[in-house]
Design a protein around this ligand. Sequence first.
Ligand code: BGC
Length: 410
Amino acid sequence: MKKVILLLSLLCNSNVNAEAIEVLHWWTAKGELEAQRILEKMLLEQNIEWNNFAIVGEGGESAVRVLQLRALSGNPPDAAQIKGPDIGEWAKIGMLEEIKQITDTSLWQQKLPQIVRESVTFDGEYMAVPVNVHRVNWLWLNKAIFDKLDLPVPATWDSFFAVADKIKAAGYIPLAHGGSVWQDASLFESVALSILGGEKYKQAFVEHNEAVLTSPEMIRVFKLFKRLHKYTDSNMLGKDWHEASQLISDNKAAMQFMGDWAKGMWHAQGKQPMVDYICTDVPESKGLFSYNIDSFVFFEKNSSAAHQKTQTVFAEMLLSEKFQVAFNLAKGSIPVTNAIEIGQFDSCAQKSFADFNNAELVPSFTSNLASTSHLRNIMIKIISNYFNNPDADAQRTVKSLSLAIRAINK
Ligand code: BGC
């Protein structure tokens, strides 16, 4: 009997007729993986098979490179995790499907906040489907260490450095930080937003205003950024962000500056916000929110009815309430649609949601939301070299950064 039931269930669930969709992404860390599996499972419920094209690590730099190779050789995947101005680069060369050909976008105006819509629009047309809103400028604290050492939540940089010194003296790692280019630059971005404020941050990293890029305030940003180096652990050189977040889970490190995908990882480990860790604003950043919006593009490659149907189901599922809730709970982000009851999310997500709707919003340049990855990759290398070279000079670095930006934008 058991055998018969097994056979029947195999037949019912068999996906012999399932359409497959190959998707490139870099969600490979714990938390990211859970979120990706939710997506995979919900697609399978609609008889669509997820063909995993995952490239590990570091905010997607390698994934974007591999995608370029695949696309240039005439064999792009069906869909890819591309965001911000890079969407325009792919659209310009005519490789992307317009989203209105795939799904009815007439309600997006009501359904999605303007910033979200803008992030997926090129030349007046939607060219990608948004899935979530991550906040980048968070400071995470390990609650056990903060309680044990009786430390205040640092709201200013003075208080941050005082707290970091006490943590170091007590034998813990003050700052969980993997030594890699993208993480160095993300840390820089949080410092820059805090010191410059929203307006000047945008002038520098969105408009590339040379006066702001080389201003005394920018030099201050670089100098403060460099002071953080001695609170990191040299054993973490070359480690990915989630290995740094693991130091928080293991009560080895006390603080981490990181986007809220780190919360996704702690969620997967069963850790609770405000019980195991605290989420707070980066010092002196109250009312400022640097956003990172993930989205999927579809490559124009197959006009068969079955393929079109797969794209439509995929796109529509991404914006469904069921998916938005389950995926974002796992991913650590907040939904892209306004209509979702945020009360069912944790307190950090609720803070993120309130700030997203009320704070001053700036695009995260290290997450590719402010410029193409071509420019961003050069900027983050200059920033990281400065962080890791004890002899590097802030004044000279701001000049190199602004020169590099000018050269690329020419
Ligand atoms: C992506 C996030 C991802 C993070 C770390 C960012 O660029 O937008 O979705 O979790 O990289 O992998």
